[in-house]
Design a protein around this ligand. Structure first.
Ligand SMILES: CC(C)(COP(=O)(O)OP(=O)(O)OC[C@H]1O[C@@H](n2cnc3c(N)ncnc32)[C@H](O)[C@@H]1OP(=O)(O)O)[C@@H](O)C(=O)NCCC(=O)NCCS
Length: 166
């Protein structure tokens, strides 16, 4: 299956998307476009070009700050008190295509996009909010490390992410 990842647009069918987590489905349906319109977050969707309205997965990005000291000790060294971060607030794949590689493609796309933006503005790290232990393990599979005091939040430094695209 060929997959394209593109910005969420009006024609994408958010109503039919089901990932097994009602809050994530609802967020995509009710909030994603609204937040996009206000510049609060950006949402990107995976589609098969043969069925371009049908969403196979999505993620959202926003910017923020984190306490440098909240990072794992080996990453926290010599960081300022507050560091600029990009947050992958939500990431999910549709239940029928679970395990088909789309979650990984979405995560790598989010990292690639963030690394690109970081060549123009300061971003020290990428954080992700995992909804449960399973999601956390998925993120760890891609090199994210849990924050010592918030195990459902994981971090990958920008420098590490950048090495993926050398
Ligand atoms: C977590 C989620 C996004 C994974 O998506 P997916 O499309 O099933 O994952 P993929 O098929 O792309 O898997 C990519 C890689 O991650 C690995 N992986 C997937 N889920 C994993 C898990 N729970 N623990 C460890 N590794 C995992 C796969 O084995 C695969 O490894 P490989 O590239 O070495 O073969 C999906 O299960 C999901 O939408 N869950 C519900 C929503 C959710 O939990 N979102 C929060 C994510 S932070």
């Amino acid at each position: 299956m060929t997959i394209r990842i593109q910005a969420l647009q009006v024609h994408h069918d958010t109503e039919s998307f089901q990932c097994g987590s009602a809050p994530l489905d609802d967020w995509l349906r009710r909030v994603a476009r609204q937040h996009g319109g206000k510049g609060v977050s950006r949402t990107f969707v995976a589609v098969d070009p043969d069925t371009p309205d049908s969403i196979l997965g999505f993620y959202s990005l926003t910017v923020g700050t984190a306490e440098g000291a909240s990072l794992p000790p080996q990453l926290a060294k010599r960081l300022p008190k507050k560091i600029p971060i990009v947050l992958i607030g939500r990431l999910a794949t549709a239940e029928p295509v679970r395990g088909a590689g789309i979650g990984g493609l979405l995560l790598i796309d989010a990292l690639r996009r963030t690394v690109r933006v970081a060549s123009e503005v300061g971003i020290a790290a990428i954080l992700v909010d995992a909804k449960d232990q399973n999601a956390a393990r998925f993120c760890e599979h891609f090199g994210f490390q849990p924050l010592p005091d918030a195990k459902d939040r994981l971090v990958l430094t920008l420098n590490t992410a950048a090495t993926l695209f050398d």
